[in-house]
Each structure stands twice: as structure tokens, then as C-alpha cells.
Design a protein around this ligand. Sequence first.
Ligand SMILES: [Zn+2]
Length: 127
Amino acid sequence: MRVNYENTYPSICAQVNSAFQVTQLMEYVDWHPDKIVRNGDIFLAYCPIHRDEVFRTLALNPRNNTYQCRHVHCPGHHPADFLDLLQKLHNKPLPEVILDAVSHFTPQYFRLSDKQIAVLESLLQKN
Ligand SMILES: [Zn+2]
């Protein structure tokens, strides 16, 4: 039996996470996107999770689309992917966080098929 791995939930999450451009992610988050600076391979920004407006503690890595806040008391202190950042900010089930992003950026931005969106919607209905 052939399994369509692209339609599995972990695969969809990975596909969505990898599609984000750092600057567009921070514009979507809407926390001082104009204050992002590039430092070599990473981007530094004010952290929207602990709502910093002074220090650029948020490091965003565009190579694997992960982030880490350098503030030790921030919930974002442990490295995780961009979807985790959105989930910590929006405090919703992850399928809903993804579908919100899909409606903002369009399915084409993430190259999501109708079937993949249907998988996300079915996960949301179970919650
Ligand atoms: Zn933080």
C-alpha cells in the first residue's frame, strides 16, 4: 500500500515551517519588524514572546527556520521551529495556528494542496 507522506501531519508542519521567510514571519507577528538586523547567518529581533522593546534577544535562523530567545526567563529560550514561536504567541492548537497563517499568506505561499489543508481542518475539528 502506498502512503502519501506529504499528507501526514508532521510532514505538513515541516513544509509550512520551512516556507517562512524571516522578514515576512516577523511582519506577520507584527512585533517591531522594522527592527530586525542581520548578523552573519542569523537575524536578530525584539522578542515578541516576552515583548522586549530594548534588546534584540530573538535569534532567527533562516537555514533551518528555528528561533531562540536569549532571555533565560523567556518561554522561547529553548530552540524550536517558527511554528512553535507562532503557537507560543497565539496560544491556540497548532493546526489552527497553521490555518491562520495559511489564510494570511495564501496556500500557495506554503505550497499546500487542498488535501493537505483538509488534513489540517480535520485535525482542528477533533479538538
Ligand atoms: Zn523572549
